[in-house]
Write a new protein. Sequence first.
Length: 463
Amino acid sequence: MNRVASNPLRPQLCADQARAYDRETVLGAWDPADDTFMAGADNRPMNARWRSEDFPTLQSAVDHAVLDALDTGRTDRIFIAVPPGCHQGPVCLPGLSVNGCDVPFTLFGTGAEASEVEIVARIDARMPGAEYAARYDAHFARSPPDIANNHARVRARDTLSTGNAAVLRVLGDGTQLKNLTIRNAYGCDRATTDPDARRNAQGQLSDETHQAVALLIDGADRVHCENVHLHSHQDTLFLDRSPRHPVSRSYFRNCLIEGDVDFIFGPALGYFQACEVRSLGSRSPNSWATAPSTDIRDPYGFVFDYCDFTHDGSETAPRGRFRLGRQWFCGVRATPYGTAPIAGYQCRLADISEYTPPAGTISRTTLMAVGKCAILRSRIGAHINAQAPWDDWKGGQYRADGSYHNVAWDPRFRPVQFTADDIGSHLADWQDLGHLDLTTTGPGRIFLAEFENIRSDTRSGNI
Protein backbone atom coordinates (compact mmCIF):
# COMPACT_ATOMS: atom_id res chain seq x y z
CA MET A 1 0.00 0.00 0.00
CA ASN A 2 1.26 3.43 -0.97
CA ARG A 3 0.84 6.13 1.64
CA VAL A 4 1.82 8.81 -0.91
CA ALA A 5 4.93 10.71 0.09
CA SER A 6 3.10 14.03 0.22
CA ASN A 7 0.26 12.74 2.40
CA PRO A 8 0.79 9.72 4.68
CA LEU A 9 -2.65 10.33 6.23
CA ARG A 10 -4.44 9.32 3.03
CA PRO A 11 -3.19 5.81 2.10
CA GLN A 12 -3.83 4.49 -1.40
CA LEU A 13 -4.15 0.94 -2.72
CA CYS A 14 -2.10 -0.14 -5.70
CA ALA A 15 -3.93 -1.75 -8.65
CA ASP A 16 -3.15 -5.31 -7.51
CA GLN A 17 -4.47 -4.61 -4.03
CA ALA A 18 -7.60 -2.93 -5.41
CA ARG A 19 -8.57 -6.08 -7.30
CA ALA A 20 -9.02 -7.84 -3.96
CA TYR A 21 -11.97 -5.49 -3.32
CA ASP A 22 -14.00 -6.49 -6.39
CA ARG A 23 -17.56 -7.44 -5.53
CA GLU A 24 -17.16 -11.08 -6.52
CA THR A 25 -14.12 -11.46 -4.26
CA VAL A 26 -15.55 -9.64 -1.25
CA LEU A 27 -18.99 -11.30 -1.29
CA GLY A 28 -17.70 -14.76 -2.17
CA ALA A 29 -20.15 -17.34 -3.51
CA TRP A 30 -23.11 -14.98 -3.09
CA ASP A 31 -23.69 -12.84 -6.18
CA PRO A 32 -26.67 -10.49 -5.69
CA ALA A 33 -26.56 -9.60 -9.41
CA ASP A 34 -28.00 -13.05 -10.15
CA ASP A 35 -31.43 -11.97 -8.89
CA THR A 36 -33.32 -10.70 -11.95
CA PHE A 37 -36.09 -8.94 -9.99
CA MET A 38 -33.68 -6.97 -7.86
CA ALA A 39 -31.44 -6.10 -10.81
CA GLY A 40 -34.29 -5.13 -13.14
CA ALA A 41 -36.55 -2.12 -13.47
CA ASP A 42 -39.78 -4.08 -12.89
CA ASN A 43 -41.23 -3.27 -9.45
CA ARG A 44 -44.05 -5.84 -9.61
CA PRO A 45 -42.84 -9.47 -9.55
CA MET A 46 -45.40 -11.98 -10.83
CA ASN A 47 -45.33 -14.05 -7.63
CA ALA A 48 -46.10 -11.24 -5.17
CA ARG A 49 -48.96 -12.58 -3.03
CA TRP A 50 -49.04 -9.91 -0.35
CA ARG A 51 -49.99 -6.24 -0.59
CA SER A 52 -49.59 -4.08 2.47
CA GLU A 53 -52.66 -1.98 1.54
CA ASP A 54 -54.80 -5.03 2.37
CA PHE A 55 -53.80 -4.69 6.05
CA PRO A 56 -54.02 -1.94 8.69
CA THR A 57 -50.22 -1.55 8.90
CA LEU A 58 -47.11 -2.77 7.13
CA GLN A 59 -46.19 -4.77 10.24
CA SER A 60 -49.56 -6.52 10.19
CA ALA A 61 -48.92 -7.51 6.55
CA VAL A 62 -45.62 -9.06 7.65
CA ASP A 63 -47.38 -10.79 10.56
CA HIS A 64 -50.04 -12.32 8.31
CA ALA A 65 -47.44 -13.51 5.80
CA VAL A 66 -45.49 -15.23 8.58
CA LEU A 67 -48.58 -16.96 10.00
CA ASP A 68 -49.69 -18.06 6.52
CA ALA A 69 -46.28 -19.63 5.80
CA LEU A 70 -46.35 -21.46 9.14
CA ASP A 71 -49.93 -22.68 8.60
CA THR A 72 -49.54 -23.80 4.98
CA GLY A 73 -45.93 -24.97 5.09
CA ARG A 74 -45.03 -22.80 2.09
CA THR A 75 -41.32 -22.08 1.85
CA ASP A 76 -41.15 -19.82 -1.21
CA ARG A 77 -39.89 -16.26 -0.85
CA ILE A 78 -42.45 -13.85 0.63
CA PHE A 79 -42.93 -10.75 -1.54
CA ILE A 80 -44.73 -7.84 0.12
CA ALA A 81 -45.75 -4.96 -2.16
CA VAL A 82 -45.82 -1.55 -0.48
CA PRO A 83 -47.78 1.20 -2.30
CA PRO A 84 -46.86 4.90 -2.39
CA GLY A 85 -47.51 6.74 0.83
CA CYS A 86 -46.22 7.06 4.39
CA HIS A 87 -46.24 3.79 6.33
CA GLN A 88 -45.76 3.85 10.08
CA GLY A 89 -42.98 1.81 11.62
CA PRO A 90 -41.29 0.27 13.37
CA VAL A 91 -41.23 -2.91 11.29
CA CYS A 92 -39.53 -6.21 12.10
CA LEU A 93 -38.66 -8.72 9.35
CA PRO A 94 -37.93 -11.93 11.27
CA GLY A 95 -35.72 -14.88 10.55
CA LEU A 96 -38.50 -17.25 9.46
CA SER A 97 -38.00 -21.01 9.24
CA VAL A 98 -40.70 -23.40 7.95
CA ASN A 99 -40.11 -27.14 8.20
CA GLY A 100 -36.39 -26.52 8.53
CA CYS A 101 -36.23 -24.23 5.47
CA ASP A 102 -35.38 -20.53 5.68
CA VAL A 103 -38.12 -18.35 4.17
CA PRO A 104 -36.76 -14.96 3.07
CA PHE A 105 -38.65 -11.68 2.62
CA THR A 106 -38.70 -9.16 -0.21
CA LEU A 107 -40.15 -5.78 0.74
CA PHE A 108 -40.58 -3.56 -2.31
CA GLY A 109 -42.20 -0.25 -3.11
CA THR A 110 -44.52 -0.04 -6.10
CA GLY A 111 -44.02 3.67 -6.73
CA ALA A 112 -42.05 5.10 -9.62
CA GLU A 113 -39.37 6.37 -7.21
CA ALA A 114 -38.03 5.25 -3.85
CA SER A 115 -39.12 8.58 -2.32
CA GLU A 116 -42.78 7.77 -3.01
CA VAL A 117 -42.84 4.87 -0.52
CA GLU A 118 -41.74 5.82 2.99
CA ILE A 119 -41.50 3.75 6.17
CA VAL A 120 -41.14 6.15 9.08
CA ALA A 121 -40.92 6.19 12.88
CA ARG A 122 -39.50 8.53 15.49
CA ILE A 123 -37.29 6.46 17.80
CA ASP A 124 -34.01 7.26 19.55
CA ALA A 125 -31.59 5.36 21.76
CA ARG A 126 -32.54 7.35 24.86
CA MET A 127 -36.24 6.68 24.57
CA PRO A 128 -37.50 5.04 27.78
CA GLY A 129 -38.89 1.55 27.34
CA ALA A 130 -42.18 2.73 28.85
CA GLU A 131 -42.51 5.42 26.16
CA TYR A 132 -41.77 2.85 23.46
CA ALA A 133 -44.41 0.53 24.92
CA ALA A 134 -47.04 3.27 25.01
CA ARG A 135 -46.42 4.08 21.35
CA TYR A 136 -46.07 0.62 19.87
CA ASP A 137 -47.73 -2.06 22.01
CA ALA A 138 -50.82 -1.96 19.80
CA HIS A 139 -48.56 -2.06 16.72
CA PHE A 140 -47.28 -5.54 17.69
CA ALA A 141 -50.36 -6.79 19.60
CA ARG A 142 -51.14 -9.58 17.10
CA SER A 143 -47.63 -10.40 15.93
CA PRO A 144 -46.43 -14.03 15.86
CA PRO A 145 -44.23 -15.17 18.77
CA ASP A 146 -40.77 -14.32 17.39
CA ILE A 147 -41.78 -10.77 16.48
CA ALA A 148 -43.82 -10.27 19.66
CA ASN A 149 -40.95 -11.52 21.81
CA ASN A 150 -38.56 -9.10 20.16
CA HIS A 151 -40.96 -6.24 20.91
CA ALA A 152 -41.35 -7.41 24.52
CA ARG A 153 -37.58 -7.46 24.98
CA VAL A 154 -37.24 -3.90 23.68
CA ARG A 155 -40.13 -2.45 25.70
CA ALA A 156 -38.74 -3.98 28.91
CA ARG A 157 -35.57 -1.88 28.79
CA ASP A 158 -35.10 1.22 30.94
CA THR A 159 -33.88 3.00 27.79
CA LEU A 160 -33.78 1.44 24.36
CA SER A 161 -30.06 1.71 23.37
CA THR A 162 -28.83 2.08 19.79
CA GLY A 163 -29.55 -1.48 18.66
CA ASN A 164 -33.23 -1.12 19.56
CA ALA A 165 -33.87 2.32 18.08
CA ALA A 166 -34.46 1.17 14.50
CA VAL A 167 -37.32 1.90 12.11
CA LEU A 168 -36.75 -1.38 10.23
CA ARG A 169 -35.05 -4.38 11.86
CA VAL A 170 -33.90 -7.17 9.52
CA LEU A 171 -33.26 -10.54 11.15
CA GLY A 172 -33.79 -12.89 8.24
CA ASP A 173 -31.07 -14.17 5.91
CA GLY A 174 -31.65 -13.37 2.25
CA THR A 175 -33.88 -10.35 2.95
CA GLN A 176 -34.36 -8.00 0.00
CA LEU A 177 -35.42 -4.34 0.11
CA LYS A 178 -36.18 -2.44 -3.08
CA ASN A 179 -37.47 0.94 -4.20
CA LEU A 180 -38.44 2.46 -0.87
CA THR A 181 -37.41 4.98 1.77
CA ILE A 182 -36.77 4.33 5.47
CA ARG A 183 -36.72 7.42 7.65
CA ASN A 184 -36.05 7.82 11.36
CA ALA A 185 -37.85 11.09 12.05
CA TYR A 186 -36.18 11.70 15.41
CA GLY A 187 -35.01 15.31 15.27
CA CYS A 188 -32.18 15.23 17.85
CA ASP A 189 -34.41 17.24 20.15
CA ARG A 190 -35.10 15.04 23.19
CA ALA A 191 -35.56 17.02 26.40
CA THR A 192 -32.47 17.37 28.57
CA THR A 193 -31.74 18.70 32.04
CA ASP A 194 -28.28 19.92 31.00
CA PRO A 195 -28.28 23.72 31.48
CA ASP A 196 -25.38 24.09 29.03
CA ALA A 197 -27.02 22.15 26.22
CA ARG A 198 -26.92 24.03 22.93
CA ARG A 199 -29.64 23.96 20.29
CA ASN A 200 -29.67 25.28 16.76
CA ALA A 201 -32.50 27.21 15.15
CA GLN A 202 -34.38 23.96 14.49
CA GLY A 203 -34.20 22.97 18.16
CA GLN A 204 -31.63 20.23 17.53
CA LEU A 205 -29.00 19.42 20.16
CA SER A 206 -25.47 19.01 18.86
CA ASP A 207 -23.55 17.85 21.95
CA GLU A 208 -25.77 15.05 23.23
CA THR A 209 -26.01 11.43 22.10
CA HIS A 210 -28.64 11.06 19.41
CA GLN A 211 -28.47 7.56 17.95
CA ALA A 212 -31.55 7.00 15.80
CA VAL A 213 -31.28 4.08 13.38
CA ALA A 214 -33.23 3.92 10.12
CA LEU A 215 -32.17 0.40 9.06
CA LEU A 216 -30.66 -2.27 11.31
CA ILE A 217 -29.27 -5.41 9.68
CA ASP A 218 -29.35 -7.49 12.85
CA GLY A 219 -26.84 -10.24 12.11
CA ALA A 220 -28.58 -11.35 8.90
CA ASP A 221 -26.54 -12.59 5.93
CA ARG A 222 -27.03 -11.93 2.20
CA VAL A 223 -29.18 -8.81 2.62
CA HIS A 224 -29.71 -7.01 -0.70
CA CYS A 225 -30.84 -3.36 -0.86
CA GLU A 226 -31.63 -1.86 -4.26
CA ASN A 227 -32.69 1.78 -4.72
CA VAL A 228 -33.31 2.25 -1.00
CA HIS A 229 -33.10 5.67 0.67
CA LEU A 230 -32.05 5.83 4.34
CA HIS A 231 -32.51 9.03 6.37
CA SER A 232 -31.56 10.00 9.91
CA HIS A 233 -28.83 12.00 11.66
CA GLN A 234 -26.62 9.86 13.89
CA ASP A 235 -26.29 6.10 13.21
CA THR A 236 -28.58 5.89 10.16
CA LEU A 237 -27.43 2.42 9.00
CA PHE A 238 -26.32 -0.20 11.53
CA LEU A 239 -24.63 -3.30 10.07
CA ASP A 240 -24.43 -5.71 12.98
CA ARG A 241 -23.19 -9.29 12.96
CA SER A 242 -24.30 -12.48 14.68
CA PRO A 243 -22.48 -15.50 16.10
CA ARG A 244 -24.69 -17.69 13.92
CA HIS A 245 -22.73 -16.60 10.83
CA PRO A 246 -18.96 -16.50 10.24
CA VAL A 247 -19.70 -13.36 8.20
CA SER A 248 -22.78 -11.18 7.81
CA ARG A 249 -22.90 -9.65 4.30
CA SER A 250 -25.07 -6.83 2.96
CA TYR A 251 -25.07 -5.38 -0.55
CA PHE A 252 -26.33 -1.90 -1.45
CA ARG A 253 -26.72 -0.62 -5.02
CA ASN A 254 -28.12 2.72 -6.19
CA CYS A 255 -28.97 3.64 -2.61
CA LEU A 256 -28.92 6.98 -0.79
CA ILE A 257 -27.71 7.04 2.82
CA GLU A 258 -27.61 10.33 4.71
CA GLY A 259 -26.75 11.46 8.22
CA ASP A 260 -24.17 13.42 10.20
CA VAL A 261 -22.42 11.32 12.88
CA ASP A 262 -21.11 7.77 12.24
CA PHE A 263 -24.11 7.21 10.02
CA ILE A 264 -22.85 3.99 8.41
CA PHE A 265 -21.48 1.88 11.24
CA GLY A 266 -21.00 -1.56 12.75
CA PRO A 267 -18.91 -4.76 12.65
CA ALA A 268 -20.51 -6.55 9.67
CA LEU A 269 -19.54 -6.53 5.99
CA GLY A 270 -21.20 -3.97 3.73
CA TYR A 271 -20.58 -3.57 0.00
CA PHE A 272 -21.84 -0.29 -1.52
CA GLN A 273 -21.98 0.13 -5.28
CA ALA A 274 -23.06 3.30 -7.12
CA CYS A 275 -24.53 4.72 -3.90
CA GLU A 276 -24.75 8.30 -2.66
CA VAL A 277 -23.42 8.94 0.84
CA ARG A 278 -24.70 12.35 1.89
CA SER A 279 -23.28 14.18 4.92
CA LEU A 280 -25.57 16.60 6.74
CA GLY A 281 -24.09 19.73 8.29
CA SER A 282 -27.08 21.49 9.80
CA ARG A 283 -26.66 20.14 13.35
CA SER A 284 -22.94 19.82 14.00
CA PRO A 285 -19.71 21.37 12.70
CA ASN A 286 -18.24 17.86 12.39
CA SER A 287 -19.43 14.79 10.54
CA TRP A 288 -18.17 11.23 10.06
CA ALA A 289 -19.71 9.19 7.26
CA THR A 290 -18.54 5.78 8.51
CA ALA A 291 -17.63 4.12 11.80
CA PRO A 292 -16.62 0.51 11.11
CA SER A 293 -15.80 -1.83 13.99
CA THR A 294 -14.63 -4.79 11.90
CA ASP A 295 -12.86 -7.61 13.74
CA ILE A 296 -9.19 -7.86 12.77
CA ARG A 297 -9.74 -11.49 11.65
CA ASP A 298 -12.28 -10.41 9.00
CA PRO A 299 -10.63 -9.42 5.71
CA TYR A 300 -13.31 -6.85 4.81
CA GLY A 301 -15.46 -4.29 6.56
CA PHE A 302 -17.10 -1.58 4.42
CA VAL A 303 -16.29 -1.33 0.71
CA PHE A 304 -17.52 1.57 -1.44
CA ASP A 305 -17.14 1.23 -5.20
CA TYR A 306 -18.12 3.93 -7.70
CA CYS A 307 -19.94 5.88 -4.99
CA ASP A 308 -20.63 9.57 -4.58
CA PHE A 309 -19.78 11.28 -1.26
CA THR A 310 -21.87 14.45 -1.20
CA HIS A 311 -23.20 17.00 1.28
CA ASP A 312 -26.47 18.83 1.89
CA GLY A 313 -25.23 22.32 1.07
CA SER A 314 -25.47 23.52 4.66
CA GLU A 315 -23.20 26.34 5.79
CA THR A 316 -20.66 24.11 7.54
CA ALA A 317 -20.42 21.47 4.81
CA PRO A 318 -18.18 23.22 2.25
CA ARG A 319 -15.44 24.03 4.77
CA GLY A 320 -13.63 20.73 4.28
CA ARG A 321 -13.99 19.67 7.92
CA PHE A 322 -16.05 16.51 7.48
CA ARG A 323 -14.49 13.04 7.43
CA LEU A 324 -14.86 9.78 5.56
CA GLY A 325 -14.88 8.05 8.91
CA ARG A 326 -13.36 6.96 12.18
CA GLN A 327 -12.81 3.46 13.55
CA TRP A 328 -15.43 2.72 16.20
CA PHE A 329 -13.68 1.62 19.40
CA CYS A 330 -16.75 -0.39 20.35
CA GLY A 331 -17.23 -1.09 24.06
CA VAL A 332 -14.03 0.63 25.22
CA ARG A 333 -13.90 1.96 28.78
CA ALA A 334 -10.14 2.28 29.31
CA THR A 335 -7.56 2.53 26.55
CA PRO A 336 -3.96 1.35 26.21
CA TYR A 337 -3.35 4.14 23.65
CA GLY A 338 -1.76 7.48 24.36
CA THR A 339 -0.35 8.90 27.57
CA ALA A 340 -2.83 9.38 30.38
CA PRO A 341 -2.44 12.46 32.61
CA ILE A 342 -3.94 10.43 35.48
CA ALA A 343 -1.56 9.40 38.25
CA GLY A 344 -1.32 5.63 38.49
CA TYR A 345 -3.35 5.03 35.32
CA GLN A 346 -3.16 1.47 34.01
CA CYS A 347 -4.99 -0.56 31.37
CA ARG A 348 -4.67 -4.34 31.25
CA LEU A 349 -6.04 -7.01 28.91
CA ALA A 350 -8.97 -8.88 30.52
CA ASP A 351 -12.26 -10.63 29.76
CA ILE A 352 -14.33 -7.46 30.02
CA SER A 353 -13.85 -3.75 29.42
CA GLU A 354 -14.31 -1.55 32.49
CA TYR A 355 -12.76 1.47 34.15
CA THR A 356 -12.60 2.49 37.79
CA PRO A 357 -10.02 5.30 37.94
CA PRO A 358 -7.12 5.08 37.93
CA ALA A 359 -7.12 1.48 36.60
CA GLY A 360 -9.07 -0.20 33.84
CA THR A 361 -9.26 -3.27 31.62
CA ILE A 362 -9.93 -3.84 27.94
CA SER A 363 -11.30 -7.02 26.42
CA ARG A 364 -9.74 -8.75 23.45
CA THR A 365 -13.01 -8.31 21.53
CA THR A 366 -12.92 -4.54 22.04
CA LEU A 367 -9.25 -4.22 21.23
CA MET A 368 -9.48 -6.29 18.04
CA ALA A 369 -12.51 -4.46 16.65
CA VAL A 370 -10.16 -2.42 14.47
CA GLY A 371 -12.56 -1.10 11.81
CA LYS A 372 -11.93 -1.56 8.06
CA CYS A 373 -13.08 0.60 5.17
CA ALA A 374 -11.96 0.87 1.52
CA ILE A 375 -13.26 3.50 -0.89
CA LEU A 376 -12.57 2.90 -4.58
CA ARG A 377 -13.25 4.79 -7.81
CA SER A 378 -15.57 7.25 -6.06
CA ARG A 379 -16.20 10.97 -6.12
CA ILE A 380 -15.32 12.72 -2.88
CA GLY A 381 -16.96 16.10 -2.28
CA ALA A 382 -15.21 19.24 -1.09
CA HIS A 383 -16.83 18.83 2.36
CA ILE A 384 -14.38 16.01 3.16
CA ASN A 385 -11.03 17.01 4.69
CA ALA A 386 -8.63 16.42 1.81
CA GLN A 387 -5.57 16.36 4.06
CA ALA A 388 -6.84 13.87 6.65
CA PRO A 389 -10.18 12.23 5.79
CA TRP A 390 -9.84 9.62 8.57
CA ASP A 391 -10.14 10.61 12.22
CA ASP A 392 -9.00 9.44 15.65
CA TRP A 393 -11.59 8.00 18.01
CA LYS A 394 -12.05 10.47 20.88
CA GLY A 395 -8.87 12.30 19.90
CA GLY A 396 -7.67 15.46 18.21
CA GLN A 397 -8.53 16.49 14.67
CA TYR A 398 -6.78 17.75 11.58
CA ARG A 399 -8.04 21.06 10.27
CA ALA A 400 -8.75 21.59 6.58
CA ASP A 401 -5.31 23.22 6.14
CA GLY A 402 -3.57 20.12 7.51
CA SER A 403 -2.74 21.51 10.97
CA TYR A 404 -3.57 19.31 13.95
CA HIS A 405 -5.82 20.47 16.79
CA ASN A 406 -4.92 18.53 19.92
CA VAL A 407 -7.38 17.84 22.73
CA ALA A 408 -7.12 16.47 26.25
CA TRP A 409 -6.52 12.73 26.48
CA ASP A 410 -9.71 10.68 26.79
CA PRO A 411 -9.93 7.22 28.43
CA ARG A 412 -11.62 5.95 25.24
CA PHE A 413 -8.97 7.30 22.88
CA ARG A 414 -7.60 5.37 19.92
CA PRO A 415 -5.59 6.96 17.10
CA VAL A 416 -6.48 6.23 13.50
CA GLN A 417 -4.84 2.95 12.36
CA PHE A 418 -4.35 2.25 8.67
CA THR A 419 -2.82 -1.24 8.87
CA ALA A 420 -2.21 -4.06 11.33
CA ASP A 421 1.35 -2.78 11.71
CA ASP A 422 0.00 0.42 13.26
CA ILE A 423 -1.34 -1.48 16.26
CA GLY A 424 2.09 -2.80 17.13
CA SER A 425 3.63 0.61 16.54
CA HIS A 426 1.17 2.47 18.77
CA LEU A 427 1.27 -0.18 21.52
CA ALA A 428 4.98 -1.01 21.40
CA ASP A 429 5.42 -0.15 25.09
CA TRP A 430 2.16 -1.72 26.30
CA GLN A 431 2.86 -4.58 28.66
CA ASP A 432 0.09 -6.83 27.23
CA LEU A 433 0.96 -6.44 23.55
CA GLY A 434 2.59 -9.88 23.48
CA HIS A 435 -0.75 -11.50 24.37
CA LEU A 436 -2.38 -10.30 21.14
CA ASP A 437 -2.49 -12.23 17.89
CA LEU A 438 -2.08 -9.66 15.13
CA THR A 439 -1.55 -12.29 12.45
CA THR A 440 -3.52 -11.43 9.33
CA THR A 441 -2.69 -11.60 5.63
CA GLY A 442 -3.75 -10.17 2.29
CA PRO A 443 -6.37 -7.39 2.33
CA GLY A 444 -6.99 -8.12 6.00
CA ARG A 445 -3.79 -6.29 6.94
CA ILE A 446 -5.19 -3.09 5.45
CA PHE A 447 -7.71 -1.27 7.61
CA LEU A 448 -8.31 2.04 5.78
CA ALA A 449 -7.46 2.91 2.19
CA GLU A 450 -8.61 4.51 -1.07
CA PHE A 451 -8.12 3.82 -4.77
CA GLU A 452 -8.54 6.15 -7.76
CA ASN A 453 -10.99 8.48 -6.06
CA ILE A 454 -11.49 11.92 -7.54
CA ARG A 455 -12.24 15.28 -5.94
CA SER A 456 -15.68 16.63 -6.74
CA ASP A 457 -17.56 19.76 -5.75
CA THR A 458 -20.88 18.12 -6.49
CA ARG A 459 -23.43 18.92 -3.80
CA SER A 460 -25.59 15.82 -4.32
CA GLY A 461 -26.73 13.44 -7.00
CA ASN A 462 -26.02 9.83 -7.89
CA ILE A 463 -23.28 8.76 -10.26
